[in-house]
Design a protein around this ligand. Sequence first.
Ligand code: SF4
Ligand code: SF4
Length: 168
Amino acid sequence: MSETAEFTCIRCGKCCSSLLSEDRGILRGLTLLPEEAHLFPEDVVRPAIGVGRRPHDSKFMVLAHQLAVEPCSHLEETGCAVYGDRPSSCRQFPFSLEPSGGGGPLLGVDLNCLSAARLLDAYTQISFKGRDAAERLLRIKEQVAQNPRQAWFYDLKTGRWVRGDRLG
Ligand code: SF4
Ligand code: SF4
């Protein structure tokens, strides 16, 4: 019989310091849902994911934004200054839900979080409190996966949009 463990964040702050990463040839930051962008100063927020024929078309829609800096401006010595209002990406971390192309979503785990890595070593089933947040982000990933030729990703390195089917 398998044992289920609940993930506990030990508030080490590592995930709030390393927010920028190279992903399929572009530089990306912490993903923010549109209603979460206001949590950060405007000058450190950029678009992240959009859908449409071209980024400058009038019908182009930005589905998500991103934080363009690290460490997070809300990280204080005592931890997150906006913990109760933190974005969905932070609520789900170190887990994520990924489209599977049929059936239920796949569970992703970021092994940079030592607390999660320890759990994976010991348990075969893990529950996490940020599942609602992960489902909100999953809906965007599913929308993008349905039509990669109309999905665009903003590269923080070049300041340009790259179409989904042209990512490395
Ligand atoms: S989620 Fe993991 S890496 Fe982030 S603060 Fe918690 S224990 Fe640290
Ligand atoms: S909003 Fe809070 S939890 Fe999220 S990265 Fe910033 S400091 Fe960390």
